[in-house]
Design a protein around this ligand. Structure first.
Ligand code: HQG
Length: 181
């Protein structure tokens, strides 16, 4: 994606995950918003995008952050919301090991109290170390925690996998990870 499309993607993330009211739209209980209405709202709030722009941003998105429901002509973010939505995810058995990248400054706190979801709905975990490194590197110097997902699963923790291969869970108590640094 070129820089303009990255800006469009960030704008869509903001509206579809965090602040729909910033352009005067409402998400339905499952996070969907009518696409023609969204385009009107974006134009009215100084961020015009064409339908082709949105289709391209959805299709070329590095993390496949959004999905379009062609039948009902609506769009939603696949995960990462801070507003209340029910994404209808089905619990799934996780891979044996999952990874979480985080700023180095968080080590002590995470070792003490585990991973919690902070402002999001879930703790986000990556299926491989490289992806977790990219997540951690968003904020500079980072570390990667290895999570014993198999043991968590056996112990009754629920995991959900999004269509773009992010693993979600409610919390990761510190007993389940070994820092990988
Ligand atoms: C940290 C992006 C101290 C946690 C990414 C993280 C991901 C703690 C931060 C997705 C803690 C929350 C999610 C504790 C958790 N003490 N720090 N006890 N528990 N934290 O952004 O996982 O580009 O809400 O380690 O790529 O960084 O938006 O979560 O550093 O997939 O699609 O609290 O967001 O995807 O930060 O990122 P975030 P995240 P998108």
């Amino acid at each position: 994606m070129d820089n303009t499309d990255v800006r469009r993607s960030k704008r869509l993330s903001l509206v579809l995950r965090h602040r729909p009211e910033s352009v005067g739209v409402e998400l339905d209980p499952h996070g969907w918003v009518d696409l023609p209405s969204l385009l009107d709202a974006l134009a009215a709030h100084g961020s015009p995008m064409t339908r082709d722009d949105v289709d391209r941003v959805v299709r070329c998105n590095d993390k496949q952050r959004f999905e379009i429901d062609a039948t009902l002509d609506r769009i939603r973010a696949r995960q990462g919301h801070t507003v209340e939505v029910d994404l209808d995810l089905t619990p799934s058995e996780p891979p044996a090991v999952l990874f979480h990248g985080t700023p180095r400054a968080n080590i002590e706190s995470i070792m003490t109290s585990g991973l919690d979801r902070r402002r999001r709905h879930h703790v986000h975990l990556s299926p491989d170390r490289e992806t977790a490194e990219r997540v951690g590197a968003r904020r500079g110097d980072f570390v990667v925690f290895r999570v014993d997902a198999a043991k968590m699963h056996v112990d009754g923790h629920i995991f959900w996998r999004t269509d773009n291969n992010v693993w979600l869970t409610d919390t990761v108590p510190s007993a389940y990870f070994a820092p990988d640094f």
